[in-house]
Design a protein around this ligand. Structure first.
Ligand SMILES: Nc1ncnc2c1ncn2[C@@H]1O[C@H](COP(=O)(O)OP(=O)(O)OP(=O)(O)O)[C@@H](O)[C@H]1O
Length: 279
């Protein structure tokens, strides 16, 4: 579906992406984890086509959607293919809508869709993101968590094949995180989701495939265990809360200088699984 090959990118003299290659399939749920400054937001913007080789001549490598580079697609083709939701929802609001419902309809209206399609998409997104009760509110009067759900709803109303989330929970309180996470878990199966985050718990909650970005390079890729227990992940991101809880209670205490993470549960699902499955 989307393929990045050997992407190199610098801001001035500072290398930010250093030979990143990545392939995503339809409907995949992928987490790309990395510490602050590892290049997550920059990679998210390349993935979404916000940055392209045309605007950044110094960049090397390619980003292809279904075999064609992003710059070959029109703005409206790209908008109905991929949506990027960042950490500050207010930055994504159009500023042209008086109500939540109008904000969600804004994108489909710009695509020139028939009115009945716009209304259908708007109402579906309001329902999916649990915003029906806020439909007539001014978007700028919403709480941060409500605004984040609105921005996700507005993105979904464009029916993207790929939804990119750049630390979508970073400014939310615990209750808003729970509500936003449950909206994300219930997204249609055919929408691919790429979550960029620093938090192993968030990734475990939403993803099936994991990658670790460090200093602009993918240094680990695969299952939750192979990535979240990679030494670089442990050093940069720490352990998931379930793993930390086990470790603090004596799990895997070094014996003869050796410290093992074999069998260490990462999530509540691991705790409920037979031990053999997580070794
Ligand atoms: N517009 C810019 N001009 C110069 N340097 C930039 C610019 N944007 C980002 N950078 C630098 O590029 C590097 C990667 O930034 P990026 O925002 O992609 O990382 P990140 O992993 O998303 O970080 P965080 O988790 O802190 O949001 C950082 O060193 C950052 O300072």
């Amino acid at each position: 579906m989307i393929e990045i090959s050997e992407l190199h990118f610098t801001y001035g003299a500072t290398p930010v992406l250093d030979g990143v290659s990545l392939r995503l399939r339809e409907g995949e749920r992928v987490a790309i984890l990395g510490g602050n400054g590892s290049g997550k937001s920059t990679l998210a913007e390349w993935l979404a086509g916000w940055k392209t080789g045309r605007d950044h001549a110094a960049a090397k490598g390619t980003v292809h959607w279904h075999g064609r580079p992003w710059q070959d697609y029109s703005v409206s083709e790209r908008a109905s293919t991929v949506q990027l939701v960042g950490q500050r929802p207010a930055q994504h609001l159009s500023g042209r809508a008086f109500t939540v419902a109008e904000e969600i309809a804004f994108g489909p209206e710009n695509l020139g869709l028939p009115v009945e399609d716009i209304v259908w998409r708007r109402d579906k997104a309001l329902h999916t993101c649990r915003l029906n009760h806020l439909a007539e509110r001014d978007p700028f009067t919403l709480s941060g968590g409500e605004q984040q759900r609105l921005v996700i709803a507005a993105a979904l109303a464009l029916q993207p094949r790929l939804l990119i989330l750049d630390e979508p929970f970073s400014n939310l309180d615990p209750e808003s995180r729970v509500q936003t996470a449950s909206v994300l878990r219930e997204l249609p199966d055919d929408v691919a989701v790429v979550l960029f985050d620093t938090n192993p718990d968030t990734a475990l909650d939403l993803a099936d495939r994991f990658l670790l970005l460090h200093d602009g390079k993918i240094v680990a890729e695969g299952s939750a265990r192979s990535v979240l227990l990679h030494p670089q992940a442990i050093e940069t991101l720490g352990f998931s809360s379930v793993a930390r809880c086990f470790i603090e209670n004596g799990f895997g205490a070094p014996v003869g200088g050796q410290w093992s993470t074999a069998g260490l549960p990462l999530s509540l699902a691991d705790v409920r699984s037979p031990r053999a499955e997580i070794c």
